[in-house]
Design a protein around this ligand. Structure first.
Ligand SMILES: CC(=O)N[C@H]1[C@@H](OP(=O)(O)OP(=O)(O)OC[C@H]2O[C@@H](n3ccc(=O)[nH]c3=O)[C@H](O)[C@@H]2O)O[C@H](CO)[C@@H](O)[C@@H]1O
Ligand SMILES: C=C(OP(=O)(O)O)C(=O)O
Length: 422
């Protein structure tokens, strides 16, 4: 087992390029199984979840070649319509295969997906939407079998704007007869990215990024070349890392308009953020001011994926800040770990009260999920002394070469065996 070790107290300085977005690349790779011909997908991050997706695509019969961050996928011949349970369990995004395989092959057999333990994360909206498109769904012995000779366009009303359900249903509707309208769709930038890729392949998806998405069915998709958008959650994590160490960094390959809520909250704490078209400069040399209120929300609201990193930052603010998690009921597992490092946080239902302390102290902690791990890295960078973060595999799901990236900005961070003496 490996862990990340950090010697805190070094200001981050320098410039770094942000990698492509995990949450855009995963549905895009799933969508690639719908095409005849090769797709060339650029800026795919080298992450554990991507490796699992590639394994699934190969299992289905697709040919996949890596050339650095460029992936060539050719799913002209598909040999399987089932995703094995051991692969389904490895990540949440395995669910993205359901819509595309069903649309292309008329049937798909999957089991419930895995993913971060941040809440119950049901898939009822995915299944209800597929039923509205005419799919038959049988759930037996832990498996879900979806079949449909032909999917039919339909009006689908999502009870809540689920990102994954919107993406799955857009993909399923691409080959449906007639027109599908998804009402109360999620509006995250990753949905626009998926729709752009599908449209480059010959699909007709209109309105992605708005709450009503209209899909006109087509008969066939061809492979396409496509570049994945920059990862807005990695961008936000790096902005916070610079801020918590009172450093100054520049980020390239970013889309600042995807981070409006985060930049505005950072500025509220007194951090200077300068925005250029595809660059961000962040600088501060003072302790952050407290924040009266942050509430996670569907896009363009404050992203739940940056709630825990932002809380790590607020744990050293001057005064008490209030954070409410509205999306995932179990997304406060980082709190007890931050408290081991001296943070003062009280949680009441879905709201956390963070009484800022002047300094955190290094400790042995555990990454309980991906973004909790990111929060602990931020805390470790600022803390007095050494921090050891166990369960690094969670962090590797979302941050490419994490120690190299932070190391290139001047952090003292390395990976070591968990049984190393500390
Ligand atoms: C791979 C990926 O893109 N993951 C992101 C995606 O996850 P994911 O797509 O799983 O998140 P959703 O938007 O679906 O979930 C939002 C809320 O809807 C609920 N829900 C969802 C589906 C469903 O069928 N029934 C249901 O009740 C969930 O439990 C949650 O409370 O969006 C989340 C919210 O921005 C992010 O935190 C994840 O990083
Ligand atoms: C929760 C996340 O990922 P997933 O939906 O893949 O579990 C995340 O990226 O923070």
């Amino acid at each position: 087992m490996e862990r990340i070790a950090i010697e805190g107290g070094h200001k981050l300085q320098g410039s770094v390029r942000v990698h492509g977005a995990k949450n855009a690349a995963l549905p895009i790779l799933a969508a690639s199984v719908m095409a005849h011909g090769e797709s060339i997908i650029e800026d795919v991050p080298n992450l554990q979840d991507i490796r699992v997706m590639v394994t699934i695509l190969r299992h289905l019969g697709a040919k996949v070649h890596h050339e650095g961050s460029r992936l060539r996928v050719d799913a002209t011949t598909l040999t399987h319509t089932e995703v094995p349970e051991n692969l389904m369990r490895q990540m949440r995004s395995s669910i993205f295969l359901m819509g595309p395989i069903l649309a292309r092959c008329g049937q798909v057999r999957i089991s419930l997906p895995g993913g971060c333990t941040i809440g119950s994360r049901p898939i009822d909206l995915h299944l209800k939407g597929l039923q509205a498109l005419g799919a038959r769904i049988e759930e037996k012995h832990g498996y879900i079998l979806c079949t449909a000779n032909r999917l039919r366009g339909a009006n689908i009303y999502l009870d809540l704007p689920s990102v994954g359900a919107t993406e799955n249903l857009i993909m399923a509707a691409v080959f449906a007869d007639g027109v599908t309208t998804i009402h109360n769709a999620a509006r995250e930038p990753e949905i626009i990215d998926l729709a752009n890729y599908l449209n480059t392949m010959g699909a007709r998806v209109h309105g992605a990024g708005e709450d009503k998405v209209v899909i006109e069915g087509v008969h066939r998709l061809r492979g396409a070349e496509y570049k994945v958008i920059p990862d807005r959650i990695v961008t936000g994590t790096l902005l916070l890392a610079a801020a918590i160490t009172q450093g100054e960094i520049e980020l390239t390959n970013v889309q600042p308009d995807h981070l409006g809520a985060v930049i505005s909250k950072l500025q509220e704490t007194g951090v200077e953020v300068r925005v250029e078209s595809n660059r961000l400069h962040v600088r501060t040399n003072a302790r952050p001011k407290r924040i009266e209120r942050i509430q996670t929300a569907y896009y363009p609201g404050f992203p739940t994926d940056l709630q825990s990193p932002f809380m790590a930052f607020l744990s050293v603010a001057d005064g008490t800040s209030v954070v409410t998690e509205s999306i995932f009921e179990g997304r406060y597992q980082h709190v007890s770990e931050l408290m081991r490092m001296g943070a003062k946080i009280k949680v009441d239902m879905r709201t956390a009260f963070i009484e800022g302390v002047p300094e955190l102290t290094g400790a042995h902690v555990e990454a309980t999920d991906l973004r909790a791990g990111a929060a602990l890295i931020l805390a470790g960078l600022a803390a007095n002394g050494k921090t050891f973060i166990e369960k690094v595999h969670h962090i590797d799901r979302g941050y490419e070469k994490v120690e190299e990236v932070f190391g290139s900005l001047g952090a003292k961070i390395w990976r070591e065996r968990s049984d190393s003496t500390s």
